[in-house]
Design a protein around this ligand. Sequence first.
Ligand SMILES: Cc1cc2nc3c(=O)[nH]c(=O)nc-3n(C[C@H](O)[C@H](O)[C@H](O)COP(=O)(O)OP(=O)(O)OC[C@H]3O[C@@H](n4cnc5c(N)ncnc54)[C@H](O)[C@@H]3O)c2cc1C
Length: 472
Amino acid sequence: MLVIGSGPAGQKAAIAAAKLGKRAAVIERRDMIGGVCINTGTIPSKTMREAVLYLTGMTQRELYGQSYRLKDEITVSDLSARTRHVVDREIDVIRNQLSRNRVALLPGIARFISPHELRIDDGTGDDHQVSAEKIVIAVGTKPARPASVAFDGSTIVDSDQILDMDRVPNSMVVVGAGVIGIEYASMFAALGTKVTVVEKRPAMLDFCDREIVEALQYRLRDLAVTFRFGETVKIVEKHESGTLTILESGKRIPADTVLYSAGRQGVTDALDIEAAGVSASDRGRIDVDESFRTSAQHIYAVGDVIGFPALAATSMEQGRRAAYHAFGEPIGTANVDVQPIGIYTIPEISYVGRSEDDLTSENVPFEVGVARYRELARGAILGDSYGMLKLLVHAENRKLLGVHVFGTNATELVHIGQTVMGLDGTVDYLVDAVFNYPTLAESYKVAALDAANKMRAIARVTGDVEVTELPE
Ligand SMILES: Cc1cc2nc3c(=O)[nH]c(=O)nc-3n(C[C@H](O)[C@H](O)[C@H](O)COP(=O)(O)OP(=O)(O)OC[C@H]3O[C@@H](n4cnc5c(N)ncnc54)[C@H](O)[C@@H]3O)c2cc1C
């Protein structure tokens, strides 16, 4: 198997093939081992977020006062030192995993010359040709860069370039309120930058629970973030003393820096996939079937290049599934619909399963159970008064349909609910379970009791005798 791209999707496809006893190789540029995930995306941004939380002392302010700071003047080198260390370590881990599994790493950029053959340009002018029975396209995406934006890599930047900024700006316009835009908006707001978010849609993160997005918006406004929804950017100009973002509505927003993060483009332009009988959309996305097969039966596409949800975790699993399918190895499908989404804003958001809007539009009867961190001992210890966990429970069969978490450790906590859902569990498991105390995990029991008590109240009214009595 030949895999194009060493991001999460490509790595896991190649390693799965090797574990199945097949000969596998990954093609990747020398300076991009680990993909966007390790070099410019997930890992640098999450490491920077951790540095921001630590250095600003944000999470400690409810306990030690709003003026609490670990460091007053936070510089870019404070933030980037930690990032370089983590990125280097992760690259080392990936190289090691590939070599331990005897997956060859072929340096260079690949393009198709026929359905089974690729040519690799390794930059030395000495192209060479490789072929394989099965091919996996895991080339990922790059930031979209419209001509109306004067990118210069230092004051007008995309999400790849933001890590190379020379100073923490006093003001910033973030164009695009998608996951990446909002994550960076919240990080810079925490650093004290005055952030304006411009988004052409009427709201942000529309795939998330409304109540939780509102809670996030409220927290961000509190950090002086301004939202301009329903507004389109006409042009972004660079001037000697700063940048000017001009909106179609005529508004002009001056700022030290502009982060343009409105969309990403599949990296299929240089791949010559037509030579393999495959095509890509104008956004560089490749269509696949449920087994990640493209229109050519022996060529698979996985990861960001196939579109939503475009997350590292889902990309890895798609890679593994594609390799298993390619070599006829059976693989379970029970949990494919129960995949978590994690958004590392400050505070963070995570969910799994359905939202209230989904269930309402599908006419599914459900009950809501809520736990607020401020009512948990661990919430008080941590100084997190805004966090919450919400369970959505089927009103008739009591199955867990969705879990939505906002606040400290949301992206970790969600997995408890994911496991219950994956095993087809009901709210009663959580009602009866004992959790360590004091923990945030306890929020599951509190929310489960809340939902169960509401259902009991309905059953009392309707005279349903089969309802179990629960402790108050
Ligand atoms: C700023 C940012 C923050 C993010 N944060 C998160 C997060 O917190 N959690 C999360 O789950 N996801 C996050 N993501 C998304 C995550 O990074 C992607 O989902 C993931 O990297 C996709 O993996 P992939 O394997 O599809 O491709 P990528 O990681 O994009 O890797 C593709 C690789 O293919 C290589 N390639 C392309 N064309 C060729 C070619 N012709 N020949 C050889 N090699 C080629 C590229 O050099 C690249 O290294 C974030 C993304 C960004 C940009």
